[in-house]
Design a protein around this ligand. Structure first.
Ligand code: DI6
Ligand code: FE
Length: 408
């Protein structure tokens, strides 16, 4: 056998649904890489003969290999910090006080409008590095802190540039309809027109987005406005997804499902009809425990219903300066289990196989199987549940991206 490299003395959490063991596990296994792909994997005793001197043979010291982690929902390109607002709130200020003082999402928009591309790139690079150190190999990045054409384009350009300059793959999402900018506060329809007729064509023309998203909420865009943006984006060839049912049940999830969205995200207030709509369309349900935690929410997403109707559950960081300033996909595993009562296996599936589905890349990544892209991590753990159980000492030992060992 001629491979590029091979790993032995490892256990595999393949997350492959064709393997019925918990985590799709193969213990005392080996995995071989050739031309960026997984060329062979299985129990070590079945490893075909190969010339040990012709290629690197890595020993995993009994650790576990998982697919590279996928964070399917982040807003990681932004400037400024909202730590002062955090402090103000802990000293008793309300969200409205802060908004009136020019804070909240608009303070991040102001900072992003002012920021140079190079500054946004550097901030994004540091955040991407933090995720990569914990085993993330693919990340989704949204715009949405520009709310004017120039800045939305700038944020997406930076996200694309990050993808070109980092081993982590970046999928970009146009979120022009994230909030209503102050200039349009009395003309939401006018802003939706700007998003559809000005921003979207520019974003498409420059190939800056893979998908589009909207914040469907009573403090943001209503159902009709959401439908307008998502339909236009879909006609322009983008995948669609939605911030839905975070603070109230607006019916956004059912709408997104009807349109064939890849995922609906947050969904704390989703009801059974909404869950059934997701099941019928194969739309993923993305849980964002970081935002639930940071906003001290108490309305739990409908986990039991998602299980009952077999909706693919995704877990993501929602990393952003306002509602989830936590730049760790790995910590989300722990939060998904402690706050939402997912099992560690469900949580891990949510940042691997199901996260790949939410981004439409499940044919390439998200599970360990022959022919898949060789994106995987070696962890210094004795059972996969350890990834969700403990946090703080980073157990990520090695990352292989596209078949190349990138971090040791
Ligand atoms: N939902 C959220 O929780 C964030 N965006 C969204 O659509 C909040 C973003 C922020 O406060 O900056
Ligand atoms: Fe978000």
């Amino acid at each position: 056998m001629s491979w590029d490299h091979v790993w032995i003395d490892v256990n595999l959490a393949t997350m492959d649904p064709n393997n019925s063991a918990a985590y799709g596990a193969i213990t005392d296994a080996a995995i071989a890489v050739k031309d960026g792909k997984i060329a062979w994997l299985g129990p070590r005793k079945e490893l075909p003969d190969f010339d040990v001197f012709s290629m690197p043979v890595y020993r995993g010291r009994g650790g576990w290999i998982t697919p590279g982690l996928i964070d399917a929902h982040t807003h990681l390109v932004f400037a400024g910090s909202r730590a002062n607002e955090f402090e103000m709130r802990l000293e008793g200020a309300s969200y409205e006080d802060i908004a009136r003082a020019g804070g909240g999402i608009i303070s991040t928009v102001n900072a992003c409008r002012k920021a140079e591309e190079s500054e946004l790139f550097e901030l994004g690079r540091q955040r991407l590095n933090a995720l990569a150190k914990e085993g993330v190999t693919t990340v989704e990045i949204k715009s949405g802190y520009g709310l004017d054409t120039e800045t939305e384009v700038k944020l997406l350009k930076v996200a694309r540039e990050l993808g070109r300059n980092h081993h982590v793959d970046v999928k970009t999402t146009f979120l022009g309809a994230h909030a209503i900018p102050p200039e349009y506060k009395d003309d939401v329809e006018g802003y939706v027109d700007l998003v559809v007729n000005n921003m979207l064509p520019k974003v498409i023309e420059q190939g800056l987005a893979d998908a589009a998203d909207v914040f469907c909420e009573n403090i943001a865009f209503n159902l009709a406005q959401t439908e307008k943006v998502l339909t236009a984006a879909q006609q322009a060839g983008l995948d669609i997804k939605l911030h839905a049912e975070q603070l109230s049940n607006m019916g956004g999830s059912a709408l997104a499902a009807k349109l064939g969205a890849k995922s609906v995200d947050h969904i704390e207030y989703l009801d059974e009809d909404g869950v059934k709509a997701l099941a019928a369309s194969g739309t993923c349900a993305t849980l964002l425990p970081g935002a639930y935690y940071f906003l001290r929410e108490t309305q739990m997403p409908p986990i039991e219903l998602l299980r009952k109707h077999q909706v693919p559950i995704v877990v993501a960081s929602d990393f952003n300066p306002g509602s989830s300033p936590i730049c760790s996909t790995l910590l989300m595993l722990n939060m998904a289990c402690t706050l939402f009562r997912l099992t560690p296996e469900e949580a891990l599936k949510g940042i691997t196989a199901n996260a790949a589905k939410a981004l439409g890349i499940e044919e390439k990544v998200g599970v360990l199987a022959q022919g898949m892209q060789a994106d995987f991590c070696l962890w210094d753990i004795t059972t996969p549940a350890q990834l969700a159980y403990s946090y703080g000492v980073n157990p990520c030992k090695d990352v292989v991206k596209n078949g190349v060992l990138v971090h040791q």
